[in-house]
Write a new protein. Structure first.
Length: 226
C-alpha cells in the first residue's frame, strides 16, 4: 500500500557493509503526508548521554520510539501509536503489524524472521554521530529521511559508511579510516544497511540554521526476542 516496488538485493564489496540507497521507496503521495505531519517535537525527549561504549563520543539528539516495551533503557522514550498524527499511526501499524515490509527486509537481509522497532530522531545544528558499530542484536537498519523541504546539501547530516580502519581502536574518528561513502538524504530517499562486525557508520555534522532539525525514521531490524 505505502511502498513502491523496490530492489531486493544489497550492494556488496569494497569492505563496506552491505547496503542500498533508494529514491522513492515510499509512494510519493504518502511520503508528502508523512513529511507534512512528522511527529511534533513535544513527543520527543533529549537523549544526551554523558558517555558511550568503548570510549566513543556520545551521540546527542532528540529521540522517541514506537514498538514493544522490550528495551527498558529506552522506556522513557517510548510513545504510543495513538499519540501520533493519523498518517503516522497508520504507517507505523503497517510497518509493525503487517507482513509486506517485514517480508521485504527479511529477504533483503537473508533472515527468516525479525522484530522491528521504529526510532525517530531530531538532530539540531552542531551535532554529528562519530563512526560506530551497532550491537549484534541488530540485523540492520533502514533510514527514512524526512528533512524539511528547505534543506540544503551543505546542511550535512548525511549517513556515511566507513572502511579501512587505520588503527585497532573502537572509538575512531572519521580521519581514522581510509575510505568513506556518503549518501544523499534529501527528498524521498532512504538507506538500508546490513549489520556486520565491520559495519562502521556515522552521520556528518549537521549545519542547518537554528530552529531546523535533521528528521529521520530509523527502522531498526532486530533479532527476534527469545
Amino acid at each position: 500500500m505505502y511502498l513502491n516496488d523496490n530492489p531486493t538485493d544489497l550492494i556488496e564489496g569494497h569492505s563496506y557493509a552491505p547496503h542500498r540507497h533508494y529514491s522513492d521507496f515510499i509512494k510519493q503521495e504518502y511520503y508528502d503526508l508523512l513529511l507534512e505531519f512528522f511527529p511534533p517535537d513535544e513527543l520527543f525527549k533529549d537523549e544526551e548521554p554523558e558517555t558511550r561504549k568503548n570510549g566513543q563520543r556520545p551521540h546527542w539528539r532528540r529521540f522517541m520510539y514506537v514498538g514493544a516495551d522490550r528495551w527498558k533503557n529506552l522506556s522513557p522514550y517510548r510513545v504510543q501509536i495513538d499519540d501520533l498524527p493519523l498518517i503516522w499511526r497508520n504507517f507505523c501499524r503497517f510497518m509493525l503489524e503487517g507482513n509486506e515490509y517485514k517480508d521485504y527486509v527479511c529477504k533483503l537481509l537473508g533472515v527468516k524472521n525479525c522484530d522491528i522497532r521504529l526510532d525517530f530522531h531530531r538532530t539540531c545544528q552542531g551535532r554529528d554521530a562519530s563512526p560506530h558499530l551497532d550491537s549484534l542484536e541488530k540485523l540492520g537498519s533502514q533510514l527514512f529521511y524526512f528533512l524539511p523541504q528547505r534543506w540544503k546539501q551543505y546542511y550535512g547530516g548525511n549517513t556515511i559508511l566507513y572502511t579501512g580502519l587505520k588503527k585497532d581502536i573502537m572509538n575512531p574518528e572519521p580521519r581514522n579510516f581510509e575510505h568513506k561513502k556518503v549518501f544523499e538524504n534529501r527528498g524521498n530517499s532512504s538507506f538500508i544497511f546490513k549489520n556486520t562486525r565491520e559495519a562502521w557508520h556515522g552521520v556528518s555534522l549537521v549545519r542547518c540554521p537554528k530552529g531546523m532539525h535533521r528528521q529521520i525514521l530509523n527502522v531498526v531490524i532486530l533479532k527476534c526476542a527469545e
